[in-house]
Design a protein around this ligand. Structure first.
Ligand code: GDP
Ligand code: MG
Length: 194
């Protein structure tokens, strides 16, 4: 798939109607700072389409982008930021519940995990939720540029082992080098066609 156009549509503090709603959605979820916004920018080849941040825990909004005038990319708020209060965590949970239960146009969740680390508690909870809900999802391993090929080869089975997926299903990506971009775009294309 070639991305010809990408633009920001809106930021939602809670999921609800937005202009143009009704097209297929591809959602990006994962821990704060795992690289969700960077991946969206790298996929679309637009530097500041989604705001990235060195300080995690900033995105508390659902950000909607329109791609090729054909589908919506949904940048979901991250989880697992240590210093947020219990109340904020509950707020996050409620927001996600609302999104996942109401997103009838959701075709695929890209669940991002850091390729360098064993999945966190939050990663495993999100994985269990996705698995149990029957939503179609793919695990995407970010920051692949930080590991050698050999190290990647060792990490994928470890990630797969704790995330109820097969190692070859995990897509290693790097927003810095563009590694994995074509594979991920193919998966998105197949999902939208299917
Ligand atoms: N080396 C490297 N750094 C990355 C990559 N993706 C994101 N980052 C960095 O990780 C930090 C968090 O990225 P961001 O996209 O804002 O994460 P988000 O909170 O999940 O949206 C930023 O400092 C990014 O520059 C990647 O593929 N490689
Ligand atoms: Mg972000």
């Amino acid at each position: 798939m070639i991305i010809k156009s990408a633009r920001f549509i809106t930021s939602l503090p809670r999921y609800g109607d937005f202009p143009g709603m009704g097209l297929s959605q591809i959602a990006v979820s994962g821990r704060s700072n795992v690289g969700k916004s960077s991946l969206i920018n790298s996929l679309c080849r637009v530097r500041n389409l989604a705001k990235t941040s060195g300080t995690p825990g900033k995105t508390r909004l659902i950000n909607v982008f329109l791609i090729n005038e054909a589908f919506h990319l949904i940048d979901l708020p991250g989880y697992g930021y240590a210093s947020v209060s219990r109340k904020e965590q509950q707020g996050w949970g409620k927001m996600m519940e609302e999104y996942f239960s109401r997103a009838e146009h959701l075709k695929l969740v890209l669940h991002l995990v850091d390729i360098r680390h064993d999945p966190s508690e939050g990663d495993r909870q999100m994985n269990a939720f996705l698995y149990q809900s029957g939503l179609p999802f793919r695990v995407v391993a970010t920051k692949a540029d930080k590991l050698s090929r050999a190290q990647q080869g060792r990490m994928l089975p470890r990630l797969a082992g704790s995330l109820a997926v097969q190692p070859w299903e995990i897509i290693p990506v790097s927003s810095s080098t563009g590694e994995g971009r074509d594979r991920l775009l193919s998966v998105i294309e197949e999902t939208l066609a299917g």
